[in-house]
Design a protein around this ligand. Structure first.
Ligand code: SF4
Length: 276
């Protein structure tokens, strides 16, 4: 089966599943290691399933739904005392796990990540509304997304406080170009707080960085650009880590387009700290 067909089946499977259940990989309390909210304590909820295949993906276990998948759910914040449950999980199970972690420790926010979490937008919407309306859940919701599922983003935009969306550079991901999807996505999130993120390999092209920056400059004033050097992934030799000189050059290109305050280089801090 070719990859495109496989991804379509993946997406259909997720769209057709019971909305009172969610396909999850894990829930745990951890330290945010990327972007503007780096260092904040968050509850992470990682959903399973993604319709992209970035070559440097560091969540391979969250890409596809498999029969007999288990989700791991932390019981005490930071203790890694996981309970293993069959996935998909019921709305009630996910709700009670989040409520329990927040009861034991006050968190800055809930980071919804994946995979591509927007593939399960109906489940997510129900989950957030249940937590807020039925249980008075206080932490706000922070969404990490590939930045291409704009229709689904529009369905949940009112429930999300902060957004980190990717600008997928084809010379970095080795995937097809998503510029049109990103442009539509930007229109949807324009009034929210957040940042755009581009992950760079040693093979990233100047042209892709320029295109990403122009897209931001022309369509989205309030989101800064975070550029992130790809982290080394053992056994993945098809891409290289950017050199210090490359990062300096790419930041200069981005500053020349976006201005002095809008471009930060932030590596993935959780990897240096040995965090999940
Ligand atoms: S969008 Fe995210 S989860 Fe999907 S392949 Fe790319 S890095 Fe992995």
């Amino acid at each position: 089966m070719n990859l495109k067909l496989q991804q379509q089946i993946e997406s259909d499977k997720l769209n057709n599943h019971q909305y009172s259940q969610g396909y999850l990989t894990e829930i745990f309390s951890g330290i945010q290691g990327e972007g503007h909210w780096i260092g904040q304590r968050q509850i992470f909820i990682r959903l399973t399933g993604c319709d992209l295949r970035c070559q440097w993906c560091d969540s391979p276990d969250s890409l596809s739904i498999r029969i007999n998948d288990k989700a791991r759910l932390e019981q005490t914040p930071g203790q890694r005392d996981f309970e293993f449950c069959d996935s998909p999980l019921s709305l009630e199970k996910v709700t009670s796990t989040l409520l329990n972690l927040e009861k034991l420790l006050t968190h800055h926010s809930v980071a919804i990540t994946g995979g591509e979490p927007l593939l399960q937008v109906t489940f997510l919407k129900k989950l957030i509304q249940t937590l807020k309306n039925k249980f008075g859940f206080k932490p706000e919701f922070f969404l990490e997304t590939g930045g291409h599922r704009y229709r689904e983003m529009a369905q949940i935009i009112d429930e999300i406080s902060f957004i980190s969306f990717d600008l997928k550079l084809p010379s970095s991901t080795m995937e097809r170009s998503l510029w049109e999807e990103h442009k539509n996505f930007i229109q949807v999130v324009a009034k929210k707080k957040g940042y755009a993120k581009a992950t760079l390999t040693g093979e990233t092209s100047n042209e892709d960085i320029e295109t990403a920056c122009r897209l931001l400059k022309e369509n989205l004033d309030c989101f800064d650009l975070v550029i992130q050097p790809v982290a080394l992934i053992p056994d993945k030799a098809q891409f290289s880590i950017p050199t210090p000189q490359q990062m300096l050059n790419w930041q200069s290109i981005a500053i020349n387009i976006l201005g002095r305050n809008r471009v930060q280089v932030i590596p993935q801090a959780h990897k240096y700290m040995g965090q999940l």
